[in-house]
Design a protein around this ligand. Structure first.
Ligand SMILES: Cc1cc2nc3c(=O)[nH]c(=O)nc-3n(C[C@H](O)[C@H](O)[C@H](O)COP(=O)(O)O)c2cc1C
Length: 342
């Protein structure tokens, strides 16, 4: 039997996503956003094999681990996939060198403004650089400095989030950038009708995380997936900053005992900052290490009480473990129906 996505006819969706599909080299302009611990070889290959665009989450991996992960992913898919690197990783340029060694076609820089030299290093091996930008002015600057595409991600998303809703970002960015630039929209997308709306506003494609995190091919622990199936939108809450001296990027995750632990961690790090034991950069790295550890606990060990079950508000639309190809088929089917006025 051919893959379910090959059966789809979606001329209207295809027309609106032509630039995005061309940019990604895929059948569908749907990225599965990198999710630390979740977006490893199995999910990434499954997404790309189903016609979407998988992205390896490098997270806190060493260059050696990333090297092995890219190589392993290549054995599972011949389709394009990308690598997501966190800008504050102390070995960012070494990680980019690993991507260059493997001739990775697309590198996504996440978690902050790309540091000097990083965009250039990506362009040096002819890869495409995707960036996130919280404001229109910064987006324009990054696109002028060599970024090839933009992901705008609203606060409905799972994981680290900005303060503004996707619907507002879409209105702020798309009318100014969509004509001349490749822009993908992320955050809070659970169904194809929503994809249709952003495509009609000029987006070239979309990025989803939450809908794919509990897919059949995801290696996430069964308890992590079960937590998704029973959660509602309102359970996916943003973390709270307790100390104005320690600006932490909020994280959206399912409410649990781990949420309280983060409050305690912030107090501990703020105190270390006060006492001069760490500087601001180290303090922020400490916080990021906390999240990486807490997410691992939930995704890999299945401790959904004390770990961090990062999830976006669309988690209420994830009700069962579905193969990636079926999720993509539903999204495209809904999008096409919406664009056709059915
Ligand atoms: C469990 C989880 C982990 C995530 N980890 C990362 C990450 O390591 N790097 C990153 O850039 N985004 C990360 N994200 C964000 C996703 O890549 C994606 O942009 C987001 O999930 C899209 O919004 P949605 O959750 O509403 O679909 C994560 C999201 C989730 C749900």
């Amino acid at each position: 039997m051919p893959p379910v996505t090959a059966l789809l006819s979606s001329p209207r969706t295809d027309a609106l996503t032509a630039r995005g599909r061309d940019f990604l080299g895929t059948r569908h302009a749907i990225l599965c956003g990198a999710m630390s611990w979740v977006s490893e070889r199995h999910l990434v290959a499954a997404i790309s094999n189903a016609g979407g665009f998988g992205v390896i989450a490098c997270g806190a991996m060493t260059p050696e681990l990333l090297d092995a992960e890219i190589a392993a992913t290549r054995t599972m898919t011949s389709k394009p996939f990308g690598v997501n690197l966190i800008t504050m990783h102390p070995q960012l340029l070494d990680l980019i060198a690993v991507c260059a060694k493997h001739r990775v076609g697309h590198v996504v820089l996440a978690g902050g403004i790309p540091p000097k030299g990083s965009l250039e290093a990506i362009k040096d091996f002819d890869a495409k650089a995707l960036v996130f930008a919280p404001t229109l002015a910064l987006a324009k600057k990054l696109l002028r400095s060599g970024a090839d595409a933009l992901v705008i991600e609203g606060s409905e998303a799972g994981g680290h989030i900005g303060p503004v809703a996707t619907s507002v970002l879409a209105q702020e960015f798309l009318p100014h950038l969509a004509e001349d630039h490749v822009v993908f929209v992320a955050g809070g997308i659970g169904r194809g009708e929503m994809i249709a709306a952003y495509l009609e506003m000029g987006a070239c494609g979309v990025q989803l995380g939450t809908r794919f995190a509990a897919a059949r091919e995801s290696i996430a622990h069964p308890a992590f997936k079960a937590a998704f199936f029973s959660a509602n939108a309102r359970d996916a809450v943003a973390s709270v900053q307790i100390d104005p001296r320690l600006p932490v990027i909020p994280v959206r995750a399912l409410k649990n005992a781990g949420t309280e632990e983060f409050t305690a961690k912030q107090r501990e790090v703020a105190q270390a900052l006060d006492q001069g034991q760490v500087d601001m950069h180290e303090a922020q790295l400490e916080i990021e290490k906390f999240w990486a550890g807490a997410l691992r606990r939930a995704v890999i060990e299945g401790d959904v009480e004390n770990g961090s079950v990062m999830a976006g508000q669309s988690v209420g639309m994830v009700r069962a473990e579905e193969p990636v190809a079926e999720i993509i088929a539903s999204l495209i089917g809904e999008c096409e129906a919406s664009l056709s006025g059915n």
